[in-house]
Design a protein around this ligand. Structure first.
Ligand SMILES: [Zn+2]
Length: 170
């Protein structure tokens, strides 16, 4: 902001008619420019003094000090607003991050559960095989173990042995 722009904004500033961004630019300028600060001080004293007299308010003794306090207050308000916006943005970013991380964790859980399900299914095969694989993988042995021929009773074999013996004797 140039001195010309600043000085043309003095009345609007005193009457609180400057837009926020323009006001901050104006305040930054008068803080660093003695000429414009002097000009502002003169107008402020005149306008505020007249306003105070018109409204039967106690007249300020130190307009310059009052003006400087007002400038500081307005700077501080702007900083607070900016830090509020910054913290709002920060909170929003954190919220989005939490949302994304939670979503990712959920996604990982789904993957994990899916994997566990697969493992369990595979283990299920093992589980069944450990119990039944004799039958499943070597059924022939079992069948071979089954004695298909009817067992000759000991009695029968006993007599047949005697008969055999007698036959041989003759
Ligand atoms: Zn200036």
């Amino acid at each position: 902001m140039t001195c010309l722009e600043a000085q043309s904004s003095i009345i609007a500033y005193i009457e609180n008619r400057l837009e926020k961004d323009k006001k901050i630019e104006f305040l930054k300028h008068v803080k660093n420019c003695n000429d414009c600060m002097e000009e502002l001080d003169i107008y402020y004293t005149m306008i505020e003094g007249m306003h105070q007299m018109d409204s039967n308010l106690p007249i300020t003794r130190d307009f310059r000090a009052e003006l400087e306090m007002r400038i500081e207050r307005e700077f501080k308000q702007d900083r607070n607003k900016k830090s509020f916006v910054r913290s709002s943005v920060f909170i929003a970013v954190i919220a989005v991050l939490i949302f994304v991380i939670a979503g990712y964790i959920n996604f990982l859980n789904i993957l994990y559960e899916d994997e566990q399900k697969n493992i369990k299914e595979q283990q299920g095969d093992y589980y069944y095989s450990s119990y039944f694989d004799d039958v499943l993988f070597a059924p022939d042995e079992k069948i071979l173990n089954i004695n298909i021929e009817p067992e000759i009773s000991t009695e029968e074999s006993f007599y047949s042995k005697i008969r055999e013996y007698n036959a041989n004797k003759k």
